[in-house]
Each structure stands twice: as structure tokens, then as C-alpha cells.
Ligand binder design. Structure first.
Ligand SMILES: C[S@@+](CC[C@H](N)C(=O)[O-])C[C@H]1O[C@@H](n2cnc3c(N)ncnc32)[C@H](O)[C@@H]1O
Length: 406
């Protein structure tokens, strides 16, 4: 057998973290021939123009669930010489080539950071028991854009290739990247110590999810990778699948020297679940304040979930009121979950609308919409949901549903 890592798992959370491994089988006698890893494709490759790749694609043979196979597509000039290495199907590479990231990469929105330029708002430092982390280089206001980067490496998320073949394929892609980019990738932390799967181990510890034409890809943004996990994060990120950018913003005021953290898993899960995911997926024991104080934080979560259940109850006997949604907002803030306020703000909007408070409904729906954009990006479905309430509150299904309870 040539499989080192098996039964790969894909985390089902919305937080864009991917776990590569459920079980590790280390077979000492294996070695990987990186110099001649992949047989060339037997088929001619057809792609949509434009052709932005700087190296001839190397491909796997057809794979069980991917008949066209996977190929390496590298553009070493991408993003002013940072380069990008993508392992995907020829058709999806054609889609990537047609994205604004390749066709009109200069366009950055007004007031937005320049892509791949250090904002000087953060710096990295060794942090006790966490490896390297990122710290605020000065006091930061809420919603400050801090990092905006394109991926150095992306790979189609499959469970088909034997682990060592995947390793060889991904390594070949990395070898084609400009040296600086490759070095920053290879300097990242990793979960498994086995050198034969080093590239996959790095991806496991550092990946975000990026949809290419509806297909999951793993993406590594080396600078952003130095953000450690926190269950009450003071930063959150949005991935723009058209511009191929990953942008990180503060969720609340951050003091100079404070560590910046993002959530690797949902902070709305119980402490035990969060801790298990961090241990299994990332190899560390979460010591954040909410995990250390888990009895208290779980009890607040229980109250949050119970309030949300009431607010989601639209039967005639529902006990939900706007005051209940206010209480929910206060609990999110108390738990420092400012990055997730779209949910209680949305409940507040519907609770207001349900008692006929159209102005209140619009105000809260606007706020919920802004929070969704900060968390899930402009294209998120929920943005449209809240826009609908703003546009036509008294035509909305929630209008007047609980009149007399406000
Ligand atoms: C994306 S990297 C973060 C940067 C990393 N600390 C480094 O040195 O490059 C993820 C890895 O950082 C470490 N890590 C992240 N958050 C942590 C935390 N809250 N406590 C301890 N270790 C953490 C774990 O080793 C994890 O696998």
C-alpha cells in the first residue's frame, strides 16, 4: 500500500477549514520520487482563452471521479510576480483564467487595501504555546481592513488520489512557483511531522476554502496563515472567489500589541466540540478564554440557543418578542462574538417586523446585511434576504405575525 493518510475528512462547518486526516498510517519504508512524480497526460489539453499559464501543465491520468484528471496550472507572474499554483481540472482552470483576478487584477475598491501589500497594521511574533501569531501593530477600530492577499497555492478538493501521488502533484506545482512565494509557503506550520507528506501537512494547517465555479478548492494564503484561532475572534475574513483575494478585518476595537485571531471552527458550538476539532484538525489544545472557562461559556450558549429557538418559532403560541432579540444581541456582545452579529440583528429585524415596527425592521435588517457582508461577502444569499426586508418590510412574510406582543 502506498497510502499514508487515509479517510480524509472534510469539515462540514461553514468556517472554511478542512481536515485532511482522520487516521494516520505511517509506513516507514515508503519514499516519494519527487523528480518524476506524474505520468504525462495522454490527451491533448484544450482550454478557453486567454492562456495565462507560464508552464506547460503536468497532468494525472483520468481519475475515478475526475475523468479529465487534474493538472498543474502555474502563472509565475500572477499578482506582480507573486505567482499562483493551481491544481485543478482543465475546465476549471479555464474558468479561473476568465476571472477578473486574471483579466482586470488592478481594480481594487476605493478605501480598500492594495492586494499583497503589507498594511503595517499587524506584525508577527512568536506566541507562547501557539507558534507564530499576528499582533495589532497599533490601535485598530472595528471593521479595519488589515490583510488582503491572493493565494500562493490552490488545489481541487478530492478524495481520489493516493496520498503520496497527491503529495507529488502538489510539490511539483510548488516547485514551479517563484522562490520567494515557495519559501513563504514552505515556512508555514504543519500538523503532521512526516516529511513525506509535508506539503499536505502544511495545507492541512493553513487552508481556506475557495469555490471555483461551485467546486471546492483548498487555498493557502501564507501571510494570512499566521493568524491563530480564537473562539471569540477579534478578526474575520472574507474570500472573494472572483478576485481570488482573502481579506481580514477587525470585528471590534483592538489595542496595539493584542493578538489578532480568527475562528477556525464555529464559535457557536459547545466548548468540547470546538476543542475536539482543534485537537484533531490542527493538533493543539485550545486555551482561549471561552474554552478555559467552558462551563460559563456553554451555559451562555445554551441561553443563546434557547432564545434563538423562541425567535425562530412562528406558530401562534410563539413567545418571541423584540426584547428577547435585544437580550440575544447583548449575549453575543458579552461573549465577544461581534463577528457573528448578523444572526441576532436578523432576529431583531424580524421580531420588530412581526409586531408591525416597520422602521425598526428596516434599521435592523440594514445592520444584519452589513454584518453578513463582513462575514460571508457581498454575494452571500443572506444579503438578499435582508435587502428584501429593507425594500418591502410590510410586504414581508414576517410583517404583523406577532402583533400585540411588542
Ligand atoms: C494557520 S496556523 C497559525 C499560525 C501558526 N501558529 C504558525 O506558527 O504559523 C495553525 C496552527 O497554529 C497553531 N495554533 C493556532 N491557533 C492556536 C491556538 N489558539 N492555540 C494554540 N495553537 C494554535 C496550531 O499549531 C495550528 O495547527
Amino acid at each position: 500500500a502506498t497510502v499514508v493518510l487515509r479517510n480524509q475528512c472534510h469539515a462540514e462547518t461553514w468556517l472554511h477549514t478542512v481536515y485532511f486526516e482522520c487516521h494516520t498510517h505511517t509506513i516507514e519504508s515508503l519514499s516519494v520520487d519527487v523528480a518524476h512524480p506524474i505520468s504525462p497526460s495522454p490527451q491533448p489539453l484544450l482550454f478557453d482563452l486567454p492562456w495565462p499559464w507560464t508552464h506547460p501543465p503536468t497532468c494525472t491520468p483520468p481519475l475515478p471521479e475526475i475523468p479529465t484528471g487534474l493538472c498543474i496550472f502555474v502563472n509565475s507572474n500572477f499578482a506582480d510576480g507573486r505567482g499562483i499554483g493551481i491544481v485543478t481540472t482543465p475546465a476549471l482552470a479555464g474558468h479561473v483564467a476568465s476571472l477578473p483576478a486574471f483579466r482586470s487584477p488592478q481594480k481594487s475598491r476605493e478605501g480598500s487595501l492594495n492586494v499583497n501589500v503589507h498594511s503595517r497594521l499587524w506584525r508577527t511574533e512568536e506566541i507562547e504555546r501557539k507558534g507564530i501569531g499576528s499582533l495589532a501593530a497599533r490601535d485598530l477600530e472595528p471593521d479595519t481592513e488589515m490583510l488582503k492577499y491572493t493565494p500562493a497555492f490552490m488545489a481541487y478538493l478530492e478524495h481520489t488520489l493516493p496520498t503520496l501521488e497527491r503529495e507529488a502533484l502538489w510539490r511539483t506545482a510548488l516547485l514551479q512557483l517563484p522562490q520567494e512565494t515557495r519559501d513563504s509557503f514552505l515556512a508555514l506550520s504543519y500538523v503532521h511531522k512526516d516529511k513525506r507528506v509535508r506539503v499536505q501537512a502544511i495545507v492541512q494547517a493553513n487552508t481556506f476554502q475557495l469555490d471555483i465555479d461551485g467546486v471546492n478548492h483548498l487555498a493557502v494564503f501564507p501571510e494570512t496563515s499566521r493568524l491563530n484561532h480564537d473562539c471569540a475572534p477579534n478578526a474575520q475574513y472574507v474570500v472573494d472567489a472572483e478576485m481570488l483575494t482573502h481579506t481580514v478585518r477587525t470585528t471590534r476595537r483592538v489595542r496595539e500589541g493584542e493578538e489578532l485571531g480568527i475562528a477556525y471552527t464555529s464559535p457557536m458550538e459547545k466548548a468540547e466540540v470546538r476543542r475536539d476539532k482543534m485537537r484533531e484538525g490542527f493538533g493543539f489544545v485550545c486555551q482561549c478564554a471561552r474554552c478555559v472557562n467552558s462551563e460559563r461559556s456553554d451555559s451562555v450558549l445554551n441561553t443563546i440557543h434557547s432564545l434563538e429557538a423562541h425567535l425562530n418559532d412562528w406558530t401562534p403560541s410563539s413567545l418571541a418578542t423584540p426584547a428577547m432579540a435585544d437580550q440575544l444581541i447583548a449575549l453575543y456582545e458579552q461573549e465577544e462574538l461581534q463577528g457573528f452579529l448578523d444572526v441576532p440583528f436578523g432576529h431583531r429585524a424580524l421580531a420588530a417586523n412581526a409586531v408591525g415596527d416597520v422602521e425598526g425592521a428596516r434599521d435592523w435588517a440594514r445592520k444584519a446585511g452589513r454584518e453578513v457582508m463582513g462575514k460571508d461577502g457581498r454575494g452571500a444569499v443572506a444579503v438578499g434576504v435582508w435587502e428584501e426586508v429593507v425594500r418591502d418590510a410590510d410586504g414581508h412574510w414576517s410583517y404583523g405575525r406577532r402583533v400585540g406582543r411588542g
